[in-house]
Design a protein around this ligand. Structure first.
Ligand SMILES: Nc1nc2c(ncn2[C@@H]2O[C@H](COP(=O)(O)OP(=O)(O)OP(=O)(O)O)[C@@H](O)[C@H]2O)c(=O)[nH]1
Ligand SMILES: [Mg+2]
Length: 283
């Protein structure tokens, strides 16, 4: 994935800007670019005015002013010492907020400590921190899976969600903006915890509190920590309770992560072929 788009406060001298004319200083050539990462949303007073989601995309943020004309400009054969001047015109002023929303095809959603970062490490080139305490991940990480045919699928690991996150418990849900762009979701469950299927219900609820319908994106459930004895008894119970495809793995030991990689490719191919229905895919 290429990584830059541009916000462009521009001196242009055209497009009907009142102060602009062909003689202004700073016309074409005096463009000020601000390079921003792909996925940056430009907002003005809370309203989105641009979504820079493509490499090289530009947003013309503000016109510059026109320079004034000094005495020399009025120099002529008739007037060798002009005292005339012409004032310039002030540039446009805007106050814009730049908000980064991670660009990834798939998002890993789970309770803290479920093993999201461990899974991302196991399936992609990313190396997010892993630790035995909750809220290790404080910012999203994106890893890329490269397939033999050179196709690539980007997966975002986001901070853990807890029940009541939409009421600002835990880390809150503000980082769910990173999930908004994901085409499909992997719900990561710690199968060694009691009744892990209840986590799935809570996660879906929190997603829908953030954006109704968000939890309905094409998805799969990753039943993690299957190497632990407590996890094994939960697998069949989970399968009988959820409609989604369940993929048992041990992210720690790298067991069955291949199935996750292949399934992500299926989801990706479905997306590329135009299955953008946004509804739960049931297997
Ligand atoms: N036994 C076992 N432990 C695991 C497995 N996956 C992760 N862990 C452990 O679980 C703990 C949490 O793993 P992380 O990958 O940091 O979990 P996370 O979901 O990213 O956690 P947050 O960033 O806090 O949301 C670590 O001690 C991992 O080693 C697994 O498959 N089996
Ligand atoms: Mg983590």
């Amino acid at each position: 994935m290429k990584s830059l788009a541009q916000v462009v406060p521009l001196y242009k001298g055209e497009n009907g800007h009142p102060g602009a004319n062909k003689n202004c200083y700073g016309r074409n050539g005096s463009v000020t670019y601000i390079m921003v990462p792909i996925g940056t949303v430009v907002k003005e007073q809370g309203t989105m005015v641009a979504d820079l989601s493509q490499h090289g995309q530009e947003y013309l943020a503000a016109f510059g002013g026109t320079g004034g004309k000094g005495n020399r400009f009025f120099l002529s054969n008739e007037n060798r010492a002009p005292t005339t001047t012409a004032p310039g015109v002030l540039g446009q002023e805007r106050s814009l907020q730049l908000e980064l929303r991670t660009m990834a095809h798939a998002g890993l959603v789970g309770f803290p400590n479920a093993g999201k970062s461990s899974l991302l490490r196991a399936i992609s080139n990313a190396k997010p921190a892993v630790a035995a305490y909750p809220f290790t991940t404080l910012n999203p990480h994106v890893g890329v899976i490269k397939y033999r045919d050179h196709e690539q699928v980007a997966v975002a690991d986001i901070p853990g969600l807890i029940r009541g996150a939409h009421l600002n418990r835990g880390l809150g849900i503000s980082f769910l903006r990173h999930i908004e762009r994901c085409r499909f979701l992997l719900f990561v469950l710690d199968m060694s915890s009691p009744e892990p299927w209840t986590h799935l219900e809570h996660l879906c609820y929190e997603l829908d509190q953030y954006e109704p319908g968000l939890s309905k994106r094409p998805q799969a459930v990753i039943a993690n920590k299957m190497d632990l004895p407590e996890a094994r008894g939960n697998l069949e119970a989970l399968r009988s309770r959820v409609a989604q495809r369940v993929i048992p793995v041990s992210a720690l030991k790298g067991e069955n992560t291949e199935e996750v990689i292949l399934h992500l490719r299926e989801l990706y191919d479905g997306y590329v072929q135009g299955d953008h229905s946004g509804t739960v895919t049931r297997w």
